[in-house]
Every structure is written in structure tokens, then in C-alpha cells.
Write a protein that binds this ligand. Sequence first.
Ligand code: SF4
Ligand code: SF4
Length: 524
Amino acid sequence: MSSASAHGKSGIEPLKLIGLLCTIAGLTLFTYAIFSGSFLLDAEALQTASAKVPADRLELLEPIQGREFGNQFTALKAIDAAINPDGNLASYNLKEYKFWLLNAAAEGPVKSNPWLFFLLTIGLTSLGGILYAMPGFNKLPGIKHDGIFFNSSMNRGLVGILIGTYLIAFYVLLYWKHEYFVNAVLLVEPLSQSLRNMVADRWFLYGTLYTLAVCVMGVRMFTKYRHNRYHLIRTVSVMFFQFAFAFSIPTIMERLNRPSMDFKNAWPLNYTFFMDWNLNTLLSSGNLGLFMLFWGIILTVVLVPVLAYFFGKRWYCSWVCGCGGLAETLGDPFRQLSDKSVKAWKAERYIIHGVLVFAVVMTFMQIANFVSGGTWFGNQTWRVNEQYSFWIGAAFAGVVGTGFYPLMGNRVWCRFGCPLAAILGMVQKFQSRFVITTNGGQCISCGNCSTYCEMGIDVRWYAQRGQNIIRSSCVGCGVCAAVCPRGVLKLENTTPGERYNVVIDDEIMQMALEKTNTSTLQVN
Ligand code: SF4
Ligand code: SF4
């Protein structure tokens, strides 16, 4: 008997199938769009690029002016040789120049029909995601994971590996090879023009895709959680904060030609906040800039710890944060893949606190440099910023944090890397009212809670002992409580000191010993 029939599945529903086909078609066309078209480096293209590329570099392109290239590989090779003859141009600048030159020189289906291609790629994929989720509304409410470990996409099977590879490739192109991503950015050009009145760049593309992913997969969460008010409101919350705070408000501010900011993104997750260019921008932007500076500091110094005292880490990680929002929606199908071993728990503590130390040292250097006018650490600050951006901001948070969803679960970044989560975790562990209480007598040791804990916490271990769960890594998603068939677990707020009921450990031990002694006596 096949695993599918063993689990009572009678095949895929028609709407789901249509959704799946739309998603596959949209993604295939998106991939095609990236490599489509040709590139004509004529006078008009150079004129357009002059807004982003300095004149002395444009002059170097004279020998290849007027040439047409069949794809971005040949175009980039020729531009590279012409624009950087001595090889002394900083890598970041070189990539930026190449990106804007190709952007201006692009010709072909995407450039000629951007709205059509936008609808056929990003639009079709989003529609497919929604259609795929819709049949969930016809099922009985409740969180069901039937056959999840027999599903190739959700159990590190071939489909999961392919999804992970696609995501990783996407992040590598976005962060480090964006000159090859010109056509993908052109897909959102009309959207960028109509919303921001600005030319699209890779970060606008990323913000659009990110927000769509949270909202589309949020619909899936509605089908799954519609019996549970806590999870419904939580899902609406992450969708709202992503759509309004991370996407809409910064977009409106850009349209108004004002400095833009994600007002919910607290330091040190927002590691660019204290960089000199950001501080200079805010200080030179009048009262609005001063307010943004004030807000960023108050958010970090007051709101984050105070709200963590009252509600634990969950107020941020499971209700507000963009990374958490993506993890709880796009990443939800992979939550059971988190490593529950003690080895992973140990690694998590070293790595996340290591990243926090790195962020604190970098920020100290940033502020010291800003205050001293660049005399304290000089170029070292820039070098440290660069290393942090590369290793933590891009490689860890992006490539590993999201690309590895289908391989390591949906909270790799939150669990192992986020320095803000490390701070919230310390408050939660030592001085917070939040606790997960357990009614140990009811536990049947089914293990559902541990399986679906995205932070790799062995919840059952605590439940079996009737012990409260106070773990700095717990993001308070509440899924352990929602999947428990016996109502053992409860997310609660209480007095900080009274949360620790480890004494129950001793009591349980005592009872176990007494029981053993009694049965030994009876046997005797
Ligand atoms: S212990 Fe429960 S609430 Fe905490 S992260 Fe795990 S599943 Fe979520
Ligand atoms: S899901 Fe509930 S019954 Fe099952 S092991 Fe966890 S606490 Fe016990």
C-alpha cells in the first residue's frame, strides 16, 4: 500500500491542482524572465545610466557603445572589461554600475510588457498559492498534519531540496549577483513607478515579493487556524505589520521624498540604524528625521524590554517581526524540521549570543566613529560593517535563514542568529511574566507539541514532568498548545518569580521513588 493511500488520501482536489499548476507556471516564467531578452548599449542607454554611473566610467564604455548583446553574461563580460580596466574599482561599486547599465540597456519581452510579465509571473504564482490553500476552508477546522512526514516537500525529500535550492539561488542572486537580476527587477518597474515614482531596485523587488509571500501564505494559515482566535489574530497581525509597516509606509515616504524607515524594525535586527549614513540622513531631515531617530532609540531601549517583560518574546517574534511573519506563513509547512537535539540547543546558545556580541561591538564602533568624526576607528568601522552585512545580514539571515526553510525548519535565523531575539530571550528567561504552564497529569506523551515546536524545544519533556516552560528561545507562537490533544499547555502571564516551578521536579522524583519502593515492597 502506498503511503498516500495508507493515510486515507484520495488524490489532490481540483482547485488545489489548479493552484499548484499556476504556481509552477508562474515560477517557471519568472525564471525564464530573468534570463530573457537582449541588451543594447546605445547612447540612450548610457544617458539613462548616467543617473547612477559616474561620467568617467561611462566614457570608458565608448569602445563598446552601440553593441548589442544576446544575454547578460556576454554583456557583463564586455562591460566589466571596459569599465574596470585596472581592476581597481571597489566590488560593490562595480556591481552597482553593471546593474544600472544593464537595466538601462535591457530590451526584450519583460522590458516591453512589464505589467503583463508581472501578472504572469509574480501575479500567477500568488494566485496559485491562494487557490492551493482555498480547499482548506472546506475541511473541518483544526490543525492537521496528516501524512506530513510522507510528503517529499515537507520532509527533506526531493521536492523540499528543490524548493530549498531555488530559494538559496534567489538569495544569492539578490545579495551578491544582482547584476544578473536585472530582468527580475524590471518586472516591478511599473509598480515602483506608480507607488513610489521611482525606478525599481532589487530591494523594492524583494519587499514586494516578501510582502506577497506573507499575505498569500497568510491565507493558508487562515484555513489552518480558523478554529483558533489566538492564531487568527496573530496571523492578521504579522500580515498587517508586513504590509503596513515594512512595505506601505516606507513606500509612501519614498514617494514623498522623505527618509524611509520600517518603524517596527528594532536594533540590533536593524543593524544599519547607527551607521553614519543613516544617522546623517536622519539628522539632516528636519523634525521628521529627529522623530525617527528618537523612535528608533525608544523602540530599542524602552519598548522592546518593557513589552518583553509583560508579554515575553512573543509580542515581537510572533506578532510583529517581518522575519517571524515570513517564518509563520511561508515557513509554516517546514516547522516540524527544527532540530530537537541537545547538541542543537547548545549550539544555538553559543551562536546567537556570539552574533549579539558582534552586533554590539559593531554598533559601539559605529557610534564612536560618528561622534568622533571618524577619528576613533577610522576605516575599521567600515570593514566591520562590511563583514557583518555579508556574513550576518546576507548569508545568515537571508541565504541560510530563509533558503534553508525546507531543510532546517522555518526559524533557523530566529533561533540561531537574530541578535534581537537574543536580547528578548534574556528578558524572557530572567525577568518576564510570560510562561507556558503544563498540566502534566493530562499528558499522554504523544509528542505533537515537540514535533511542531519551530524552535526545537522538547516541549513534551516539560509536559511529562508538569514543569513550566521558560526557555529563552521560545517565540510564544502557541502552536504547541494548539496541537496538544489534551489541553496540557497554556500560554500565560504571571509574576516573574513565581514562574519557576522546578521544585515540581523534586516532587515528581520523590513520588516516583515512593512508587518504586511501594511496588518493590509489594513484590517482596
Ligand atoms: S514552545 Fe510552543 S510556543 Fe514556544 S516556540 Fe515552541 S511551539 Fe512555539
Ligand atoms: S501534545 Fe500534549 S499530550 Fe502530547 S506530549 Fe505534548 S503535552 Fe503531552
